[in-house]
Each structure stands twice: as structure tokens, then as C-alpha cells.
Design a protein around this ligand. Structure first.
Ligand SMILES: [Zn+2]
Length: 273
């Protein structure tokens, strides 16, 4: 249920002072948010940015924080809000680099839509490359169980997102992972996390595939590991040859999967099914 708007007042005015300066219009739909369905009881006549006073579930009156789009719609108030939001620094060096990049491509880094872009890009980059600070060994070792399973374990269609190291553009797709346990099994979600450890770095698909296979082979002590990855590369789709429907398949076979064609074809039939 939407909170009930009980007043619209200029941003800088406190409710008590403000009420002398309003026209009472109980029950009317707030003209600034006609689709919200909230009703306002007072409307400001002042030509300034409104702030809505709302009632919380306990009946207390409080000022509702205006949306940023509202704030910037009125440049008169933009200055004070800018200062507040631009105080936030996430990573000064990365943000400065992104800002100068924006300038280099002919953008105005100070225009409204781009003002906080360096901060957002810095945060996104840190997340997309967070694999550098993760350890596949730690993830696997924490969820390794002794179990006398001799049959092949296959986890297929593990979604992954990575970035090509040549263009720093995304490539993404699915990974299929199989292994033949040798007295130990690992929690299935950990296999997906190992894929992320290597995907969240600058990569080429072939190396990504091998690294996942090698890490599992080493830390699982398995008889064999198979990894097949299918991916679409945005650096091929958006630029270069501009082929939107091509996909790249890479595989890495270790241990029994490499030496025994029957094991390999059993795995391939699992991932196709
Ligand atoms: Zn590329």
C-alpha cells in the first residue's frame, strides 16, 4: 500500500513553517506523481522543488526523500544535492581514470547523467574482476566430502559472465562441468563458484576453460575432469566482424576424459541431453 502523502512543501522549508504557505486540497491526487495513486492533502504554491511529507506505518510524519530526477529537474536545488552525492568517493584513482576516459571520447563528464558514472564504473569493474582476489582452492577445500561415489558427476548450463582481455568487453554463456570422483565429492554450488573465480577476470575463453578444469582436477583429486564452455563474445557481435549469432565452444579434458573416449562421449551425451 502506498504511503499517504500529507503535504507537499518546498525542500528547504520545515513542515511547520510551510503550512502557512499552502493551499489545502485534501484528497486530490498529487499532480507531480499522477500515476502513483497517492493523495496529497496540501499543495505548495511556491515555485520550488516540492518535498512530500508522508506518514509512516506508525503514523509519524516524515519528509520523503525526493527522487534524484526530481532534484535535477529543478536546477535551483541541484547544487545542494550535487555536493552531497558527489562527496562519495569509492576509489579516487579508478574514478579519475574513468572521468578522463569520458573526456577523451568526447563526452562531458560533468553532465547530469555522467556525474556519478566514474564511481559506478569503478564499482562495476571491481566486481567484474573480483576473481583475482578469490581462491578456487579455498572454495573447493571448504566443501569437500569423503564419499564413495564412482559415477560421473555433471553440472551443466552454469551461467557465466567474463570479459575478454583484448577489448575488455563482455563474453558470456554456459559452462558444463563433469568429473569422475576419486573418493571425494564437492558441493555442487562450489563448481559454479569455481567457474566465477576464473570468469571474473580478464580472460580468453580457452584459458578460462583450462583454468576451471585444472583447478578442479588439482583440488578435487578426481580421476578426471571435463569442461565445455559455449560463449557469445560481444567484441565480435558489437564491433569487428559483427557476427551476432556465432558462438564459441571450447573444451578442456583432463585425466580419464582425456584418455578414455567412452568416458568423454558419455559426458558429451549428458551435456547435449
Ligand atoms: Zn575481444
Amino acid at each position: 500500500m502506498p504511503r499517504r502523502v500529507i503535504a507537499c512543501a518546498p525542500l528547504t522549508t520545515r513542515p511547520t513553517r510551510y503550512r502557512r504557505n499552502v493551499s489545502e486540497a485534501p484528497g486530490s491526487i498529487c499532480p507531480r506523481r499522477p500515476h502513483s495513486g497517492v493523495q496529497e492533502l496540501f499543495t505548495s504554491k511556491a515555485d520550488t522543488l516540492p518535498v512530500h511529507f508522508v506518514e509512516d506505518p506508525l503514523g509519524n510524519t516524515m519528509a520523503e526523500k525526493p527522487k534524484l530526477t526530481q532534484v535535477f529537474a529543478n536546477s535551483h536545488y541541484a547544487a545542494s544535492f550535487e555536493a552531497e552525492s558527489e562527496d562519495e568517493v569509492y576509489d579516487a584513482r579508478k574514478e579519475a581514470l574513468v572521468k578522463s576516459m569520458l573526456g577523451e571520447i568526447g563526452e562531458d563528464p560533468n553532465r547530469e547523467g555522467l556525474r556519478r558514472t566514474p564511481l559506478r564504473v569503478a564499482k562495476a569493474m571491481d566486481f567484474l574482476t573480483s576473481g583475482y582476489s578469490m581462491s578456487a582452492e579455498e572454495i573447493i577445500k571448504k566443501a569437500l566430502f569423503e564419499e564413495d561415489v564412482r559415477e560421473m558427476v555433471v553440472v551443466r548450463d552454469i551461467e557465466f559472465y567474463s570479459m575478454c582481455e583484448h577489448h575488455m568487453l563482455p563474453f558470456f554463456g554456459h559452462a558444463h562441468v563433469g568429473y569422475l570422483p576419486n573418493g571425494k565429492v564437492v558441493g555442487l554450488s562450489k563448481i559454479a563458484r569455481v567457474v566465477d573465480v576464473f570468469a571474473r577476470r580478464l580472460q580468453v575463453q580457452e584459458r578460462l576453460t583450462s583454468q576451471v578444469a585444472d583447478a578442479l582436477m588439482e583440488h578435487l583429486g578426481a580421476h578426471g575432469v571435463a569442461v565445455v564452455m559455449e560463449a557469445s563474445h560481444t567484441c565480435m557481435m558489437m564491433r569487428g566482424v559483427q557476427k551476432q549469432r556465432s558462438s564459441t565452444v571450447s573444451s578442456a579434458m583432463r585425466g580419464t576424459f582425456e584418455t578414455d573416449p567412452r568416458t568423454r562421449s558419455e559426458f558429451m551425451s549428458f551435456i547435449k541431453g
